[in-house]
Unconditional design. Sequence first.
Lengths: 170, 73
Amino acid sequence: VNPFVPLARALAARSVRFVLIGVAGANQYALGGSDSFVTQDQDLFLPPDPDNLVRAWAACEDAGVELWLQEEPLDRPRDRWLAERIIERRALTRATGPEQFLVDLTLVMQGFDFERVWAERRVFAIEGVELPVARLLHIVESKRAAGRLKDSLFLATHKDALEQLLKRQE
Amino acid sequence: MDQELERVLRGLEEAAEFARTYRFEITPDYVALIERVEAMPRNQPGADKAHVWQRDRTFKAAFTNVTYLGPPR
C-alpha cells in the first residue's frame, strides 16, 4: 500500500486545499524512471488559511502520521489559534510516518501565491484518490525563483530529461 | 607547491566559484518542452499516477540495504 494514499484520502475527506509541489510534483509528469528524480519528501503547498491548516493537521492525525514543528512535536491543542501563529511565521509543519514517510506542509512556494497555483492545478489520481498537483511550469518557475544551487542543478537536469523523454516519444 | 596539487586546488576554487554564481535560466525552448509534456495524454486530469509512487518506493527500497564495501581492489 502506498503510504501517501491514506493521507491523501484523509485530506480529501476533510476538504483540505493543497497542491503537491517540488520534485515530487514534477515527478507526477514523468513517464518513466529515467525522467524521475529521487526526493526524500513530498511538499504540500497550503493556503494561508488557518481553518484549512487545522483541517490538514486533523487529516494527518486521521491518517496516523505524526506532526512536527522543527525538531519538536507540534504543540496541542492543534487549533485555530496555533494555526494563526504558524501562518504568521509562514512556518512549515512536517508529517512523518513509517517507511521514511515524510511530508512537508508548506505555506510558501517561491514566486507564487496559493490561489494562482490552485487555479491552474492538475488533478491526478492515486489508487482512486484525487491528487492535486501544481502545473509543471509553476514548479519549474518556482525552483528558478528559489535560486538555490540545488534548484539550478535540478532544472538543468530536468530540462535534459524532458528532451530525452520527448525524443523517445517521437 | 607541487604543480599537480596547485592545478587541483585551482580547479576546486573554480568549481566553488561556479557553484556560487551558477543560475539556470528558463528559456523559451524549456517552456515549450514543459508544455508538450503537460499536454501528453498520460498527463491529463484524472490520469492515474500510482505507478509514479510505486517506482519511487521500488527505487528507494533497492538502495535501503546498500552497504559500502570500501574502495575497489
